[in-house]
Design a protein around this ligand. Structure first.
Ligand code: SAM
Length: 235
């Protein structure tokens, strides 16, 4: 079982996330466990204050270090041992499939979700092992970003997807974008399913799919192909 702990001021964000679809069934089958921790439970004033004005002036509020430090210290007393503490941040390493792969080997990951203008820098120094960004844009908070990371890591955990779906053929797992997919009907609005997919010739179908993947990747994301060996034997 892989456990994800999330430190957030909005634990309710995660209710549907952990009950729905593949994430829901992974939780029910005890393949993963998602535990939210309300940051306000780690404050000691009547207002449950988690933010304060920035030193040096400027707009907005900054998340205080003490409640986050206390939450992380508390989580460290629980088992299993924490493998990674991740601070969600736009200035973090850009999240990708390779990082998802690496994280899928962890048994327990803690996420710290920021809000407001950001988090006191000492949290990064004292509490986190890595900062992760999910893209070059600004969200309101780290909650959605943590869900992105948790969902893509969960897909890689054995038995989560069931044997009929394979994460190895997903886009990015082989540095290629996925080939076009079709289902019934054979003709829709004048557009036919490519003949080869109806041929039953699995070798030729694999070849066609690989060729399509390479063409699409070349056209849309040539950066992915820099260290990919084109024209290899079909997988
Ligand atoms: N002032 C900050 C800046 O310019 O970098 C942005 C703060 S943002 C409004 C509040 C929180 O959302 C951040 O502390 C972080 O936890 C989360 N966040 C926003 N964008 C993110 C991204 N692209 N990836 C990961 N987390 C993000």
């Amino acid at each position: 079982m892989t456990r994800f702990d999330i430190i957030t001021i909005f634990p309710e964000f995660f209710n549907n996330f952990m009950e729905t679809g593949i994430m829901g069934s992974a939780c029910k089958k005890s393949l993963i466990q998602i535990k939210t921790h309300n940051l306000r439970d780690f404050t000691h004033d009547r207002q449950k204050t988690v933010d304060d004005r920035p030193f040096g002036g400027g707009a907005g509020m900054v998340m205080k270090p003490e409640p986050i430090y206390e939450a992380v210290t508390y989580l460290k007393t629980e088992s299993p041992k924490i493998d990674k503490i991740i601070l969600l941040s736009p200035r973090g390493a850009l999240f990708n499939q390779k990082i998802a792969d690496d994280l899928s080997n962890c048994k327990r990951i803690v996420f710290i979700c920021g809000r407001y203008e950001g988090i006191d820098e000492r949290v990064s120094v004292l509490c986190s092992d890595m900062e992760l960004s999910i893209g070059d844009y600004i969200l309101n908070g780290g909650e959605v970003a943590s869900m992105v990371v948790i969902e893509s890591v969960t897909r890689l955990i054995p038995d989560v997807l069931g044997c009929e779906i394979s994460p190895e053929t997903d886009s990015f797992s082989q540095k290629l974008l996925e080939y076009p997919q079709y289902t019934r009907p054979r003709t829709f609005m004048g557009l036919d399913v490519p003949e080869i997919l109806l041929s039953g010739n699995h070798f030729e179908i694999e070849k066609w799919r690989r060729d399509q993947s390479e063409r699409i990747t070349m056209a849309r994301r040539p950066d992915l192909l820099s260290d990919h060996n084109l024209n290899k034997e079909p997988y």
